[in-house]
Ligand binder design. Structure first.
Ligand SMILES: [Zn+2]
Length: 441
C-alpha cells in the first residue's frame, strides 16, 4: 500500500526531456515519488491509501522561490514608491529595529500561508530570528533554505558577532523537520560586508558544505561605487576574493558587465532573478537572457513582500517573461517554457537540490502541485506552459504536496490555520508600527 496515487492528470514532468504525460499518474510513497506513467499502468501496479483524481488538472513540480525575506510579509504595503537606499534607510531598517522574535514568527507563518496558497513548495530566505522562521516552516510543511543576514555595516565587531550567530544557527537548525530545512550563510550584500568577513564566510561555508546567499549588484549606485572605489565591478571584486562558486546564490545581479557574466558562468555561481522587486524599486532589469545564453543557472524569486508586494510565483513568472521582451523589444525572448524552468528545475539547481526536487521523476522528493485547468482563465487550453505563465495565477493551485504530505487540498490548508494567521498578522503589524512611532521596543 502506497501513500498517495494521483491519476488522470496532465503531468508536466520538467525532467530532462521535458516530457508531458497526458492521462498520467504518480505514485507517492513515504516522502518520495515512487513511479510516474500512464494512469492505466500505474493503477494496475499500486493500491494507495489516498487517491486523487486529477482529471482536467495539471500536475507540475512545486514552484521554487529562490529569494525571499519571509518575515517581512508583515511589512507588506508599509512603504512604497521610494528609491532602494531611501526606502531601506528611512523606512524598512528603522521599523525592523522594533521587530520581535514573535513578529518574525507570525510574519513567516503569513508568508508560508501565502506560498502554499499560490503553489510554492520551497524557498530560499534571508532574515533575523532564524529559529522562529524555521519554526514557521516546520509547522507549515514547506521546504526551505534559511540564512541569517550578516549586516556588518562597517563594524568588524558586529560582523564577527553576527557570523557567530549565523554559524550557530546553521549548526542547530540544518536538517530539521525531516531534512525539509537547510541553512546557509547570509552575508547581506557586497556593499554591506567587508572583504575580510566575506572571506571568512566563504571558508566556513566550504568547510560546512552549505550555501551562501548574498545580494549582488542590485543597483546602479552599488555598481558605480565599486568601479570608483576599487576599479572593479562588484562581481569582479567577489571573484578577486575567491568568493564566487557553485555554492553561492547571488540575488539580483541587475548590473553586470559582459566580463561579470563570464565570471558567474566560469565559477558556476547561481543567480536569483527578482523582476518585480527590481521594477518596483526601479533598480533596473537584470540581463537574464544573456545570463541564460551564457549557461548561468538562474532561478526566480519574489524578494520580500515589502518590495513586491506578494509571494505569488505565477505573477513573478509573467513579469520575468514580459520584462525582458519589452526591454529588448524582442518578443521571442524568455518563452513560457524557459520561464517555468527557472521556477522549477533551475530553482532546484540554484539551491543545490537538483537531485531531490524541481521535477517529477521517480526517487525525487514528492514536492508537487495540482492546478485546476478548467477555470475561465484556463480556457481554451492549447499549451500548458503558456497558460501557466501568461494566464494563470496562484489561486488556480488546488492541491500542494511537499515531502509526500498534503499541505493544501482543494484550497483548504491542512497544516496551519489560515484565519488565525491572517488575524494575528494584522494585529502584529499594527502593533509594530505603533511601537516604532512611539520609539520603544
Ligand atoms: Zn533581498
Amino acid at each position: 500500500m502506497i501513500r498517495i496515487l494521483i491519476k488522470n492528470a496532465t503531468i508536466l514532468t520538467m525532467n530532462i526531456n521535458r516530457d508531458i504525460i497526458k492521462n498520467g499518474a504518480i505514485a507517492i510513497n513515504e516522502n518520495r515519488i515512487l513511479d510516474v506513467g500512464s494512469t492505466s499502468e500505474i493503477e494496475k501496479k499500486y493500491s494507495a491509501d489516498k487517491i486523487i483524481d486529477a482529471q482536467k488538472k495539471i500536475v507540475l513540480p512545486g514552484l521554487i522561490n529562490t529569494h525571499t525575506h519571509l518575515s517581512m510579509t508583515l511589512l507588506r504595503g508599509y512603504a512604497d514608491d521610494m528609491p532602494l537606499k531611501q526606502w531601506l534607510e528611512e523606512k524598512i531598517w528603522p521599523l525592523e529595529q522594533h521587530l520581535t522574535a514573535e513578529d518574525c514568527y507570525i510574519g513567516a507563518l503569513l508568508g508560508c500561508l501565502e506560498m502554499i496558497k499560490s503553489g510554492t513548495t520551497c524557498f530560499a530566505d534571508m532574515y533575523y530570528h532564524l529559529e522562529n522562521v524555521a519554526r514557521a516552516v516546520e509547522q507549515s510543511g514547506l521546504r526551505a533554505d534559511l540564512c541569517y543576514p550578516l549586516l556588518e555595516l562597517g563594524d568588524p565587531n558586529r560582523g564577527e558577532k553576527l557570523l557567530g550567530v549565523g554559524t550557530q544557527a546553521i549548526k542547530s537548525l540544518y536538517g530539521m523537520a525531516n531534512d525539509r530545512i537547510h541553512c546557509s550563510f547570509g552575508p547581506h550584500a557586497t556593499n554591506t560586508c567587508s572583504a575580510g568577513l566575506l572571506q571568512k564566510v566563504k571558508k566556513l561555508a566550504d568547510e560546512l558544505k552549505v550555501n551562501i546567499h548574498i545580494h549582488v549588484s542590485e543597483t546602479k549606485g552599488e555598481f558605480e561605487q565599486f568601479k570608483t572605489q576599487y576599479g572593479k565591478t562588484p562581481v569582479e571584486y567577489l571573484q578577486d576574493l575567491n568568493f564566487l562558486g557553485a555554492n553561492v546564490l547571488a540575488a539580483h545581479c541587475v548590473w553586470l558587465s559582459d566580463n561579470d557574466i563570464k565570471l558567474l558562468k566560469e565559477t558556476n555561481t547561481k543567480v536569483a532573478h527578482n523582476p518585480t522587486s527590481n521594477m518596483k524599486l526601479a533598480s533596473g532589469i537584470a540581463p537574464v537572457p544573456k545570463l541564460l545564453a551564457s549557461g548561468v543557472t538562474v532561478g526566480l524569486g519574489t524578494d520580500s513582500c515589502a518590495s513586491n508586494n506578494n509571494l505569488d510565483m505565477f505573477g513573478e513568472m509573467k513579469m520575468a517573461a514580459l520584462a525582458h521582451k519589452v526591454n529588448s523589444l524582442d518578443p521571442t525572448l524568455m518563452p513560457a517554457q524557459k520561464v517555468l524552468e527557472m521556477a522549477t528545475i533551475n530553482g532546484a539547481k540554484v539551491l543545490g537540490l537538483k537531485n531531490e526536487i524541481g521535477s517529477i521523476e521517480p526517487n525525487k522528493k514528492a514536492d508537487l502541485i495540482i492546478v485546476n485547468a478548467s477555470k475561465p482563465n484556463w480556457t481554451p487550453l492549447f499549451n500548458p506552459y503558456s497558460n501557466l505563465v501568461y494566464s494563470a495565477h496562484g489561486d488556480d493551485v488546488e492541491t500542494v504536496i511537499v515531502n509526500g504530505e498534503i499541505l493544501m487540498e482543494n484550497r483548504r490548508v491542512e497544516t496551519i490555520s489560515e484565519q488565525k494567521i491572517i488575524e494575528e498578522a494584522q494585529k502584529k503589524a499594527d502593533d509594530l508600527v505603533k511601537r516604532s512611532k512611539l520609539g520603544g521596543k
